[in-house]
Design a protein around this ligand. Structure first.
Ligand SMILES: Nc1ncnc2c1ncn2[C@@H]1O[C@H](COP(=O)(O)OP(=O)(O)OP(=O)(O)O)[C@@H](O)[C@H]1O
Length: 322
């Protein structure tokens, strides 16, 4: 099973500009989480901070006992091997075949023999549905195939934590649906902890076990999918419905006066969209049962609408009649 990631009181600035402050959350082991937020709210900066490529001024990110913010670089480098990273553009080397691109981390970071490398690479190529394309150059394939190749490369070192930065960017809706299914199938097969940064409403609604949202330099919410999907928080509702009315404006946020002028009342949430199931033949996703037990144990830390959506029922009143 994947590893839990604990983020405590994280604050990141560039010079005078605070990107976000006091972000705390836990990515539960082996579950899929999505981080949402309007453009420029620091989602990519958050991913880079989790893996220790950027250093926030305050707070901790604890992975397998290592603080990715404050530990010596040697320890951070070792802990980074637990991660698989998928960048927006696939970040493939243009002059290398897909096979060589996907084999690159194995050749760079391990002493495995070529025969072993071939076995692992072909296994991952099959997982992401690229069999037959391994000899092609990145420039000879579609954007969707490049993304899947980027995902295959993120998987070769058997990561326990997978970070995906906007895996859907530039994909058409059909390819995005395939990608959503692929992410759920991967989680079923390798049980890794996954964090996906996206703007895509379909992915947000159907893929993750947990969701979070960054806005106005803060983490507005983070919790089980039911928490955000039933939320009445105006910024969350606006984002999840993709409407213009609400606190998010063209240049990130509207001021209070503009908002009052619009007299905006958010629409109540409708029925919860179902979460994707693993493809037939893969068996159940282990994270589902674990998450259910974890969420039910949250008790009254979940608001009533989210509890109802989880199927937990109302909290019994203490001291009242049985
Ligand atoms: N290395 C850097 N130096 C200075 N500022 C930076 C650096 N990296 C990011 N920023 C700033 O931090 C803010 C957050 O950027 P980030 O790319 O994380 O946003 P995002 O939420 O991922 O946006 P998008 O959804 O558009 O990709 C932006 O204002 C950006 O200009």
């Amino acid at each position: 099973m994947g590893i839990e990631v604990t983020v405590e009181g994280l604050t990141k600035s560039f010079g005078e500009q605070t990107v976000w402050r006091d972000v705390s959350l836990t990515l539960p082991a082996g579950e899929v989480s999505v981080m949402l937020g309007p453009s420029g709210t620091g989602k990519t900066v958050f991913l880079k901070s989790v893996i220790g490529l950027l250093k926030p001024e305050r707070g901790r990110v604890v992975v397998d006992g290592v603080d990715m913010v404050n530990s010596p670089e040697r320890d951070v480098y070792e802990a980074r091997k637990l991660f698989g990273l998928m960048f927006q553009d696939g970040a493939l080397f243009g002059s290398m075949t897909l096979f060589d691109n996907i084999a690159f981390p194995l050749r760079e970071h391990t002493r495995k023999k070529e025969s072993e490398i071939r076995r692992i690479v072909m296994e991952r190529i099959e997982m992401v549905g690229l069999v037959g394309a391994e000899g092609k150059l990145p420039g000879e394939i579609s954007g969707g195939m490049r993304k899947r190749a980027g995902l295959a490369r993120a998987l070769v070192l058997d990561p326990q934590i997978i970070l995906c930065d906007e895996p859907d960017s530039g994909l058409d809706p059909v390819r995005t649906s395939y990608l959503s299914q692929l992410l759920i199938d991967l989680n079923t097969q390798i049980d890794a902890t996954m964090l996906i940064v996206t703007h895509n409403l379909d992915i947000a609604a159907t893929v993750p076990d947990n969701m979070g949202m960054l806005f106005r330099r803060e983490l507005v919410a983070f919790g089980p999918r039911e928490l955000l999907l039933t939320s009445q928080e105006p910024v969350v509702r606006q984002f999840l419905t993709g409407r213009r009315a609400g606190p998010i404006g063209m240049s990130e946020e509207k001021d209070e006066a503009q908002l009052a002028l619009e007299g905006h009342v958010p629409e109540p949430p409708g029925p919860l969209p179902p979460q994707l199931e693993p493809s037939p033949g893969l068996g159940p996703r282990a994270a589902v049962q674990r998450r259910r037990a974890r969420v039910l144990a949250m008790g009254d830390r979940l608001p009533p609408a989210a509890r109802a959506a989880v199927g937990a029922g109302p909290i019994p009143r203490q001291g009242g009649p049985a």
